[in-house]
Design a protein around this ligand. Structure first.
Ligand SMILES: [Zn+2]
Length: 319
């Protein structure tokens, strides 16, 4: 079974933005998340991008090839151990034209490296959506909605993390940021916000799955609440029965049940005979001669007599 993150990423990898502006924005975020630069002979720059997800590797390669005519290579490292994933390294071979690519992606400005700010790529709403999609593909994960709600983007670049936080805020998402070892973690904890994010990046199938799981979880919580409530009621019934039996036995010991009026004596004996019955069951055991409220009323009277007996005794002691 694959993780929910992988499902979402596979879905997002199949999306191709219509406009070139968006494809550049998406690629830029992907590169910021997972790429490193290499330097070839003649000091030309190249790019290395690695991922364990073959769908993301394919998509990155497509984005690179569509927008730029550059020489690329893919190196697959087979997993040495079971349960480990293959790793895909996409290499943009060092060449003079790579500087152009990096400039278009906003990673270079003139001869300088632009560490984090990407305002140039994020002017249009369409591009902001694509940028977040790229960021998620490059370093995102989201928990399966059956468990705790959590979505995060992890990056070693603090400035880029700030760019992401600001972007989340533009979409009015309740975003949080924290450190984990040497990385910045930009995260969402709220189920509505996670669904909004999935919608922004275009993960339609994932939203459906998320929504279904969330509903199942809500229903299960409701059922649990009901069960807890019934357990509490049951406990109350048991407590009442135990208390009633105790008090009737006290009356028996102090004055004898024979001293009680017939209607009360009848109910007292009934309760002693059925010490665990609830009100409904007592009424039935009494062949419905009196209703629930009548039964309840008599039991209360019996309890009151017992209380009066104890209090009378205490008062007698005081006098
Ligand atoms: Zn766009």
């Amino acid at each position: 079974m694959s993780s929910f993150s992988t499902e979402v990423k596979n879905e997002l990898s199949r999306i191709t933005a219509d406009d070139a502006c968006c494809r550049i924005a998406e690629l830029a975020a992907l590169m910021r998340m997972g790429a490193s630069m290499s330097i070839g002979s003649n000091m030309n720059l190249g790019i290395n991008f690695s991922t364990e997800n073959p769908a993301i590797a394919r998509k990155t390669l497509t984005l690179l090839k569509e927008s730029f005519k550059l020489k690329t290579e893919v190196v697959v490292s087979r997993a040495r151990r079971l349960k480990k994933n293959n790793s895909y390294l996409i290499r943009v071979v060092p060449a003079p034209a790579v500087s152009e690519l990096l400039t278009t992606l906003g990673i270079m400005r003139g001869d300088n490296l632009n560490v984090s700010s990407d305002e140039g790529l994020l002017r249009k709403t369409c591009c902001r959506h694509a940028y977040l999609r790229g960021a998620f593909l490059g370093g995102g994960s989201v928990s399966r909605p059956e468990g705790d709600y959590h979505l995060e983007l992890v990056t070693g670049n603090e400035g880029f993390a700030t760019t992401l936080v600001n972007l989340f805020k533009k979409f009015e998402l309740p975003v949080g940021i924290t450190d984990r070892k040497n990385d910045s973690v930009v995260y969402l904890k709220d189920s509505e916000a996670i669904m909004d994010f999935l919608s922004i990046v275009g993960a339609e199938e994932a939203i459906v799955e998320f929504e279904v799981a969330r509903n199942v979880k809500d229903v299960r919580n409701q059922v649990n609440r009901l069960v807890n409530c019934e357990t509490a009621n049951l406990q109350k019934t048991v407590n009442a029965a135990v208390r009633q039996v105790g008090r009737i036995k006290l009356i028996e010991a102090k004055i004898g049940l024979g001293k009680l009026p017939d209607n009360l004596k009848e109910v007292a004996l009934l309760r002693l005979e059925h010490p665990q019955a609830n009100l409904q069951e007592l009424v039935a055991a009494n062949e419905n001669k009196i209703g629930k409220s009548g039964m309840n009323h008599r039991l209360r009277k019996l309890e009151q007599i017992a209380v009066d007996l104890i209090e009378g005794e205490e008062n007698g002691l005081k006098e």
